[in-house]
Design a protein around this ligand. Structure first.
Ligand code: GLU
Length: 484
């Protein structure tokens, strides 16, 4: 059988990490089996769906490299098909019109609650006579369409992740609404469980792989496949992504959308890698760091865990840092420039290219996320940066002011400062003033970078000098030293 899978996001929010992870598993399974990966936008909820979310979803999937083979298909463009299929079920007697008012349904649920029963539709309009229907229509009631669910049915499937799953018909909430209320004789807007099945049949989906939160929909959907005379696909329900407290990761946990991770400076490779690890265990001997293509070669559902996967920022940061540290400087510079620009740093990516690449090389090994480069390099861009307390204390030590003046004298007139040139200046001043080299180096760091920690000092000095900031920093430092 040829493998055809799909991702079916609803554009009611930005691309969520849970949806993206489901997309990853579908993509890996499709690629492993040489199958097709279909993208369907489930936009039938007109009130909550927005074009900007659709855009965000398409961009997010593309950014992650989850290329789709067919689509995007939009459910709003397929309403005629759904209506036809609703009519088919009505004609077969497998669905019917129910005329309950919202008040009647509320009263029914209240009564169930009072009896300590689970809420369900009690199928009261299942067998209305034509006269009863006519009377409801005459009252102006607008019917929904309900699909018959036999209480005595048992529905089972062999889940790709969870093994055999069985549901009893009586636990499915009674006959289910498949189309919203409309004028009598018409068919209102078809609903989620129904349109998903119609689409999955029409798109010949062989395996429905989705989050575990959909597990309760599956038995209803299997009954719909049968009613529509279609063969039932295989189902696989992937574990949810959990927060540290063990609850489903939600908007309340802060960052959850792929575009937010992207903005914070995670690479697509790291996110793809980490999402795969959230629920799938690599095969023996396989590194934890892999591309999606590498994972696709090994992917199977035997290694997808049943238990929910806790989202672990430290692990994600570590994976991301591995990708950033291994990235060619050229590409890393391209990725950092927008962060520097966004921070308002005067970055001219054309003219400054070789300077920017040197700067990138200077900080690359310390980055966990692209965003980290902003605070880490502020001292190279901001002429008004304040000196830290520790730096000021250092500058006020005995002899530091004079030593820095010595450095200024040596540096003035140097146009092309090299590492050797910088070391020579340090040697000259150490000798001439009889001070310790360690004291001078630490004071230079304080003077040039306004702090006592940071990236390589000599490289920083060179980069500052190339941007005409070294001498002015040294002069500011002397002023602080002399204010002591
Ligand atoms: N539109 C559904 C969602 O976003 C997809 C359900 C499915 O995969 O069947 O959760």
């Amino acid at each position: 059988m040829s493998v055809r899978v799909r991702i079916a996001p609803s554009p009611t929010g930005k691309l969520h990490i849970g949806t993206a992870r489901t997309a990853v598993f579908n993509w890996l399974f499709a690629r492993h089996n040489g199958g097709q990966f279909v993208l369907r936008i489930e936009d039938t909820d007109l009130e909550r769906s927005r074009d900007e979310y659709t855009q965000n979803i398409l961009e997010g999937l593309s950014w992650l490299g989850l290329t789709w083979d067919e689509g995007p298909f939009y459910q709003t463009k397929r309403l005629d098909l759904y209506r036809d299929k609703v009519k088919e079920l009505l004609d077969k007697g497998l669905a019917y019109r129910a005329y309950d008012t919202p008040e009647e349904l509320d009263a029914m649920r209240e009564a169930q609650k009072a009896r300590n029963e689970a809420p369900r539709y009690d199928n009261r309009h299942r067998n209305l006579t034509p006269e009863q229907e006519a009377a409801f229509v005459a009252e102006g009631r607008k019917p929904v369409i309900r699909f018959r669910i036999d209480d005595d049915r048992e529905v089972s499937w062999n889940d790709l992740v969870r093994g055999k799953v069985t549901w009893k018909g009586r636990d499915l909430g009674g006959d289910m609404v498949i189309a919203r209320a409309a004028d009598a004789g018409d068919v209102g807007q078809p609903l989620y469980n129904f349109v998903v099945v119609v689409d999955d049949i029409d798109m010949q989906i062989s395996h429905v792989i989705r989050g575990e939160d959909h597990i309760g929909n599956t038995p209803k959907q299997i009954l719909l496949y049968e009613a529509l005379g279609a063969s039932v696909p295989q189902f696989g329900h992937t574990p949810l992504i959990l927060n540290q407290a063990g609850a489903k990761l939600s908007k309340r946990d802060g960052v959850t959308s792929i575009s937010d991770f992207q903005r914070m400076g995670y690479t697509a490779e790291a996110i793809g890698n980490y999402m795969t690890l959230l629920g799938w265990s690599p095969t023996e001997g396989m590194s934890e760091l892999f591309t999606l293509e590498e994972a696709a070669k090994q992917f199977s559902f035997d290694r997808v865990n049943k238990a929910g996967a806790k989202f672990d920022w430290d692990k994600l940061n570590w994976i991301n840092s591995q990708y950033l540290h291994a990235m060619p400087i050229d590409r890393l510079t391209d990725l950092l420039v927008p962060y520097w620009q966004e921070a308002g740093y005067p970055v001219n990516s054309e003219g400054d290219r070789s300077w920017l690449e040197k700067l990138t090389a200077l900080v690359a090994a310390s980055l966990e996320r692209l965003e980290d480069a902003v605070p880490m390099t502020r001292y190279l861009f901001d002429p008004n940066l304040e000196y830290s307390e520790a730096a000021q204390t250092q500058l006020k030590l005995e002899g530091v002011g004079n030593a820095l003046k010595g450095v200024i004298t040596e540096l003035e007139g140097v146009t092309d400062l090299t590492a050797e040139g910088a070391q020579a200046i340090v040697q000259t001043v150490v000798k001439a003033q009889g001070i310790k080299k360690g004291l001078l180096m630490k004071s230079l760091r304080a003077a040039l970078t306004c702090d006592l920690q940071g990236p390589d000092l000599v490289e920083s000095w060179i980069l500052l000098h190339q941007h005409q900031m070294a001498l002015s920093r040294l002069k500011q430092a002397v002023a602080i030293a002399e204010s002591a």
